[in-house]
Design a protein around this ligand. Structure first.
Ligand code: URA
Length: 204
């Protein structure tokens, strides 16, 4: 993987399209994925959202945030008055990492090393996209954007990312999906929407 990253850096893409072609043609740096899932959205948006990695559905469909976590995010964005189509969405890691269990592919978190390998692409990508405000959803995105391991619940709120980029750290929507207790889930969802409302105001 290290050699792969060095080879990619040597290609030094001049545009987002060029970068995306390199990413799409790359071997997964994490085991298992069928394809790279690229970021999508307008250039120079007010807001960019960075997730962890594509999930099962994203890997199959080739688009980010289309599975259960993406649907929950869509609902929360709607409640917070943020238009998804106006924002840029991407992931810290561009390939799905999983273990096969029977017919199911179970999500595996990327290691800090894997996040670091993919970081070069994310930095280039955001450099081309030029968002005004960047949202890290979950620990992997926050770690990629800050440049060191970040605990989301401790640092939840407005943040300055590497290079002075204005942004915000918040939990990942799949964290809500994993909460078993309905009351805890409802509370966490309300806080999640509240994060997004703050983000909408900060990015305005
Ligand atoms: N979770 C993510 O972090 N990204 C996606 O694209 C889907 C689920």
């Amino acid at each position: 993987p290290l050699r792969a990253v060095a080879a990619m850096a040597a290609q030094d893409p001049a545009t987002l399209d060029e970068l995306n072609r390199i990413i799409a043609a790359s071997e997964p740096l994490v085991p298992g994925a069928t394809r790279a899932v690229l970021g999508e959205g307008p250039m120079s948006p007010r807001l960019a959202f960075v997730g962890e990695q594509p999930g099962d559905q994203e890997d199959l469909q080739g688009r980010c945030f289309v599975g259960p976590a993406g649907q929950l995010l869509d609902q929360a964005l709607g409640e917070a008055g943020i238009e998804r189509s106006q924002a840029y969405l991407t992931n810290a890691v561009k390939h799905f990492k999983f273990v096969q269990q029977g017919k199911r592919r179970l999500h595996q978190s990327p290691t800090t090393g894997e996040i670091k390998h993919y970081r070069w692409w994310l930095k280039k990508e955001l450099g081309f996209v030029q968002p005004g405000f960047v949202v890290a959803m979950g620990g992997s995105a926050a770690t990629a954007l800050v440049g060191e391991v970040v605990q989301v619940m401790k640092h939840r709120g407005p943040a300055k990312f590497e290079g002075g980029q204005r942004g915000y750290i918040m939990p990942h929507p799949s964290y809500l999906l994993r909460l078993p207790d309905p009351a805890a889930k409802a509370r966490a969802y309300a806080e999640f929407v509240e994060d997004l409302r703050r983000i909408r105001d900060l990015a305005a």
